[in-house]
Design a protein around this ligand. Structure first.
Ligand code: NAP
Length: 295
């Protein structure tokens, strides 16, 4: 039976660039909500020799993801799942961001666990913003509700996000929370799915030059600051992320699991190096410093 790689959010950006780096003897299944986008991606991949199938799916709908698993399983052995589907702060309200990014990850991991076997790998795409969460706002008790108390999970996560001041900050907080959850959940799944020989990792990109990344850059001072903190002084390219994620998903990486891999061009470490300057400013203005935290 042929090996299958399912890529959620495979119609554009990081998901599509990852697809370009998957071996051509692996059957690709691209999913997302917009069929025209998926068809364009399929055509461009087929032109360079990939076998591609499209299955429309909204990852925030568990039934949809269940159907996706059943259809993808008919094509061969599902060896790899790259879960890149997601929404950024400028794209939706806090609850929708949490439903798609956080609940979507729960849906994808739980449903694919049922149909994958020994040697399978799931890569959940989180975000470097997961590391920006103030420590006091990371509440594992709420994250644990995701699997069995879905509506309470959504309610509590949305409540937390709404504590932020402006509308944009509330959506930004929903995004950070949802991605902090993804990092936490991928680690949890890694330890639980190990009994079946399935590896799970998350990848946290910094600011990447996709439609999503460019849109965020236009709207957010924080995003502009992130670029200043990188070593190269620029956004990441989707091709760079695609190559990195496909390499991470390579089956020779058998010892890689239960960890988040931060690919942010050095933005997070850069921020620490520049901290002295910020600390001096904080001292002058007297503003409190909150400690970012990621589990
Ligand atoms: N670009 C960045 O700077 C950056 C930084 C950190 C993390 N990330 C993460 O990287 C991932 C990929 O983002 P990208 O930059 O490549 O942006 P993108 O091109 O907008 O890709 C996101 C994909 O997700 C799909 N999607 C959105 N909601 C969905 C849903 N409910 N169900 C199924 N598919 C859905 C979209 O297709 P449809 O709209 O057709 O469904 C789209 O193809 C996201 O998880 C994002 O949060 C991006």
């Amino acid at each position: 039976m042929a090996n299958v790689c399912v890529i959620t959010g495979g119609g554009s950006g990081i998901g599509l660039e990852t697809a370009r780096n998957i071996d051509k003897d692996v059957i690709l299944v691209l999913t997302g909500r917009t069929v025209e986008k998926l068809e364009r991606a399929k055509k461009s991949l087929e032109e360079v020799g990939h076998e591609v199938h499209l299955i429309a799916c909204d990852v925030s709908d568990r039934g949809n993801v269940h159907e996706l698993c059943a259809l993808a399983s008919e094509l061969g052995t599902i060896k790899t799942v790259i879960h890149a589907a997601g929404l950024s702060p400028t794209m939706a309200d806090p609850e929708t961001i949490i439903r798609v990014n956080a609940l979507g990850t729960r849906n994808v991991n739980m449903e694919f666990f049922n149909v994958m076997n020994h040697g399978g790998m799931i890569v959940d795409v989180a975000s470097s913003s997961a590391y920006e969460m103030p420590r006091f706002m990371v509440i594992p008790r709420i994250y644990e509700e995701a699997e069995h108390r879905e509506e309470a999970f959504i309610r509590h996560m949305t409540f937390e996000a709404r504590l932020a001041g402006s509308d944009y900050n509330r959506r930004g907080m929903a995004y950070m929370l949802s991605k902090n959850f993804v990092v936490w959940y991928a680690k949890k799944c890694a330890h639980e799915y190990a009994k079946k020989g399935i590896r799970v990792v998350s990848v946290s990109p910094g600011l990447i030059e996709t439609g999503m990344g460019t849109q965020e850059l236009e709207q957010s001072d924080f995003a502009r600051k992130m670029i200043e903190n990188t070593c190269a002084g620029r956004m990441g390219k989707p091709q760079e992320l695609g190559y990195a994620i496909a390499s991470i998903a390579d089956e020779r990486n058998q010892y890689l699991c239960g960890i988040d891999i931060l690919i942010d061009g050095g933005a997070s470490s850069g921020r620490k190096f520049h901290k002295k300057k910020a600390a001096a400013q904080t001292f002058r203005t007297g503003a409190a410093v909150s400690q970012p935290y990621c589990q």
